[in-house]
Design a protein around this ligand. Structure first.
Ligand code: F6R
Length: 244
């Protein structure tokens, strides 16, 4: 538990920066799993600052984003491609071909093969060194909504109604919110070497408590993180309020 989102975000950004530098000194790549949404924005801001002011280079960094709406054009205001470019990639020296975000424009028939390739590509890089996560009010990680089992891999999923409601502000009306998304699966996420989940605000307090202290259940996919050996939950006071 940390006093506020700023402190928590800086802590994760410092950990990521240290990992990137350590790998660079060994001439190795650093593979990051990235999330979108309001929660990680401060982490990205801090990473950009470290790039500008402290010479942190991303030349050895490979990234995989958790999810993307489906279908969606990359230049749409709500697309996660656009989000990541605006929040991070446009401001750092990452090699563009090292950036991977699920493609919201592929043909429906091509989706299963595409998703298999996404998981395989992660594996061929050596796996994700550090996965950044947020948590949805449904208990989702990525877009693994209630019902997602521990063995799920990257796939096309239906968004939960509560998740779609939370997205109305971005899409300007429920009718415009996509019904589907491509997401890394619970198992894809659990393969990561380190997992850092950030949650801020009182609206996350109840689900955070159930995810951390409740039993592991596909009713709350984030609860499966309890089975991982290197997971940290970075919470502000408000999000930690219901923990015993
Ligand atoms: C985003 C993602 C989602 C969000 C979650 C919380 O890539 O995978 O699981 O992390 O919906 O969203 P915010 O941070 O907007 O509360």
């Amino acid at each position: 538990k940390l006093p506020d989102p700023g402190v928590a975000s800086k802590r994760v950004a410092r950990e990521i920066g240290a990992l990137i530098r350590q790998r660079a000194s060994e001439n190795r790549n650093c593979v990051l799993g990235l999330a979108t949404g309001s929660t990680p924005i401060r982490v990205y801001r801090e990473l950009v600052r470290m790039h500008r002011e402290e010479g942190l280079s991303f030349h050895n960094v490979i990234t995989f984003n958790l999810d993307e709406y489906f279908p969606i054009k990359p230049n749409a205001a709500q697309s996660y491609v656009r989000f990541m470019n605006e929040q991070l990639f446009d401001h750092i020296d990452i090699v563009r071909t090292n950036v991977h975000i699920p493609n919201g424009t592929i043909e429906l028939e091509a989706v299963p093969g595409y998703c298999r390739d996404y998981d395989e590509l992660i594996a061929t890089t050596g796996g994700i060194d550090l996965q950044l996560l947020g948590i949805g009010r449904t208990g989702h990680i990525g877009f693994n909504e209630p019902g997602a089992t521990q063995d799920t891999r990257t796939r096309l999923v239906k968004l939960d109604n509560l998740t779609r409601l939370d997205a109305v502000k971005d899409f300007g009306g429920m009718d415009h919110v996509p019904l589907l998304a491509i997401t890394m699966g619970v198992d894809s996420i659990l393969q990561s070497h380190r997992i850092r989940l950030l949650a801020f605000g009182e609206h996350k307090a109840d689900i955070v408590q159930r995810a951390i202290e409740g039993t592991m259940t596909s009713a709350i996919p984030a609860s499966f993180l309890q089975s991982h050996r290197d997971v940290q939950y970075l919470l502000d006071d408000a999000a930690a309020e219901c923990l015993s």
